[in-house]
Design a protein around this ligand. Sequence first.
Ligand code: ABU
Length: 498
Amino acid sequence: FRDFAFCTDLLPTCDKGLPATREFLLKVVDILLDYVKDVNDRKEKVLNFRHPAEMMALLKLELPDKGVTLQTLIEDCHITMKNHVKTGHPHFFNQLSCGLDLVSMAGEWLTATANTNMFTYEIAPVFILMESVVLSKMREIIGWDGVGDSILAPGGSISNLYAFLSARHRMFPGYKEKGLHSIKGQLVMFTSIESHYSVKTCASVGGLGTDFCVEVPADDRGKMIPSELERLILEHKSKGNIPFFVNCTAGTTVFGAFDPIHEIADLCKKYKLWLHIDAAWGGGLLFSRKYRPGRLDGIERADSVTWNPHKLMGTLLQCSTVHFKDKSVLTSCNTMSADYLFMQDKLYDVRYDTGDKVIQCGRHNDIFKLWLQWRAKGTEGFEKHMDHLMELGEYMVKKMKAMSEKFYLILEPEMMNVSFWYVPTRLRKIPHNAERVKILGQITPKLKGRMMEAGTLMVAYQPQGDLPNFFRNIISSAAVREEDIDFLLSEMDRLGHD
Ligand code: ABU
C-alpha cells in the first residue's frame, strides 16, 4: 500500500479498500511467519531483556491524537514481536504453558477473525457444537461415561472457582437467592499446603475468608497427607464449623505432585464432602496409559475436575476446562435466565445456549484451537505427546544425577517439573547442610538474572515451604528435544560456574 495510507483506506471504511486491506494483512502475516521461524531457530535468543524504562522508550507506546499510517502500524507490529519473550522457543522452560503448537495457532488466527461471542448457539452454532463434542470426550476420558456437564473458563483459577460455587450450591441451594443468611454456620474447605493459590482465592471471593481455607500438610514429595485431612475435618466439625469442599491436586504447580485420590475420595464419601480435583497441570496425563496409573487413579470419583489444555497439551492460551459429574449443578448454580439473551422460545434447542451457566456474560471462543489441534493429533497423538514430555523429564533427571556435583536434585518428580539447585564450583566440595542450602537459595535468583541478561534460557525459580529459592524446570513444549536439555545444563553451568 501507499506509504501514506491510513486505516480509513481499509475495509470497511473504504469501499475500494480490498487491495490495501489484503496488502496490509499479508504484511502482518509475514511478521507472524518470521516470528514462527525465529521461535523455532535454536540460534535465536529467547528474549532481549530490557528494564521497563528502556523498553518503554524503545516501543513508543504513546497514543496519538491523529492516527498513524499503516506503514507505521506494520513497524509497531514488527517491534512488538521482536521484543517479547519467545515462549515457544525450545529453551523457554519457565512456565507450565510453553510452546507454540502451529495447528492450535492456526485455530486461534481463525478464531480472532470469526470474532464471535460464545454465549448462544444463535451466534456461535459451530463453536458451541465443537465445545459440546470436545468437552464430552474429555468427560469420557476422565471416566464419566456419558454423564455430566462442563464449561471452558478463563484459566484454571476461575475453573476452580466454578467448582467451589457448585459445591456450595449443592449443599446450600438457598445461597443463590438468600445469600449468607441461608447458611447457619461457618463453611470450611480443605486443600493441601502445596496446592495452587487460587483455591484460597475461592475462600476469599466466596465469603468464607481465607482462614477457612484450611491448609492440609503434605509429605516430603508434596502430596497431601490423608490422615492430616481427616484430623482437620474432625477438628473443624468439633468446633461446629461446616466442612463442605476438599480440593485434591493432580500435579502441583511447583513439584508436580499428585495427592492420593482414592484415600481423599474415601474421606469425602465418609464425611459427605464435595471432591474437586485440580488437574489443571496433571490432567494431560489422563491420555497416557503408561503415566496415568499411580497418579490419576480414582479421578472418576471426583464431583468436579479442572483440566487445562493450555498447559501439558500445548493448546494456545488460554484454554481451561472444568467438568462436573452432575449434569445439572452448573446451570442450576449460575443461571440468571436473562430475557434479552436466553429466551426460551427460540427456534432451536436452547440447551445449547451455554452462556447461561457461566458467571461471565461475554465469553471468548477457546474451543476452535483445541478442536483443530485434537483433529490433527488424534487422541493417540496426545498420548504420544504426553509420554514424550515425561520421557524428557526422566532424561533430565538422569543427566542431573550424572552431574550431581553441579546440580542438586531436590526430589524425584512425578511429572516433568524438575526441582533443583545449581551448585557453583566454590560450593561443590562443602557438605550439603543448612548453610550451603541458604547460599544456594541466594545464588538462584542471581543465576536467573544472568540467564535473562544473556537471553539464552529461561527457567523459573521460587521458594517453597522451608526451602529457599530453587529452580523449577518445566518441559511442556513439544519443541523440546534431548539436545535442549543438554543445552540447558551446559548453559546454566557456563553462566553460573563461578
Ligand atoms: N496457574 C499456574 C501457572 C503457573 C506457572 O506457569 O508456573
